[in-house]
Write a protein that binds this ligand. Structure first.
Ligand SMILES: Nc1ccn([C@@H]2O[C@H](COP(=O)(O)OP(=O)(O)OP(=O)(O)O)[C@@H](O)[C@H]2O)c(=O)n1
Ligand SMILES: C[C@](O)(CO)[C@H](O)COP(=O)(O)O
Length: 233
């Protein structure tokens, strides 16, 4: 069984509001995306990585990130699509995996994932077929419509989904193709498997494994990295 990683990094980072796509913003001494790729390039159980980049940024990403930082496990750069789901599907179509191999999908802008979460995701997906790394929510969550609270879901049942999300390749490839055929758009990959009624495990991740989405996330990531708790490299 081989392990492949798809790294979607084809978003435009609108919520970050920077002039440069956020995956190329500097965190400590290198682009965010270089930190993320290092997590997998240096992981002994990973066989190959595909980086998914905006079509017109593929040469820049290859030169400024993959070649510049010497990543040796990157098997290909793939052009992304309009939505994250389109980008991941393009990556799945390009991936050389066999049906029983494990594919991890990890956001290019989550540079602080501890290696133990990668191991847990691989082991759990090998057993169950599909798994999500996540953390229990800390705040009380409200459902709101038109400025008015509609309900308060039981917090004990609520988890924040992070990445990596790990799957048997055949399972996630088929789930993505079915979602496309049926016009279904999800905000993560696991939801495409859940909608088919198939089991997906949740495994405990790490509160430092943040997705860099808005400017304050960059401040947090810098603080985590600067502290001895930073786990990026
Ligand atoms: N069409 C897209 C959209 C997103 N992503 C990637 O999916 C990850 C999570 O997406 P998000 O944080 O929402 O990034 P953006 O879409 O870039 O942000 P925004 O929604 O603020 O524009 C990021 O690594 C992003 O590059 C992608 O590969 N293709
Ligand atoms: C996949 C994900 O990172 C899990 O939290 C998230 O759903 C991506 O969402 P976004 O809409 O691309 O920010």
């Amino acid at each position: 069984m081989k392990v492949y990683v798809l790294v979607p990094a084809a978003g435009l980072g609108r919520r970050m509001g920077a002039s440069l796509n956020k995956q190329y913003l500097t965190l400590a001494d290198r682009p965010i995306l270089a930190h993320t790729l290092a997590l997998f390039d240096g992981h002994p159980r990973v066989d190959g990585i595909y980086v998914i980049s905006p079509a017109d940024e593929v040469p820049f990403c290859r030169r400024e990130v993959v070649e510049r930082y010497g990543f040796v496990k990157v098997l290909g750069l793939v052009a992304g699509g309009a939505e994250r789901q389109d980008s991941v599907r393009n990556g799945l179509r390009a991936c050389a995996a066999e049906a029983e191999d494990i594919v991890l999908i990890h956001d290019g802008v989550r540079p602080l994932c501890p290696p133990v979460c990668i191991d847990t995701a691989i082991d759990t997906a090998s057993r169950v077929g599909a798994c999500v790394v996540g953390v229990p929510v800390k705040d009380t969550i409200k459902e709101v419509e038109g400025g008015m609270i509609q309900g308060t879901p039981q917090r004990q049942r609520l988890w924040q989904a992070q990445t990596p999300q790990a799957f048997r390749y055949g399972l996630i490839r088929d789930a993505h193709e079915r979602a496309l055929a049926e016009g279904w758009l999800g905000t993560d990959d696991a939801s495409l498997v859940e909608r088919l009624g198939l089991p997906v495990a949740m495994v405990t991740g790490d509160y430092r494994n943040i997705k860099i989405t808005t400017p304050e996330d960059l401040l947090l990531a810098r603080a985590f990295l600067a502290s001895s708790e930073g786990t990026a490299r």
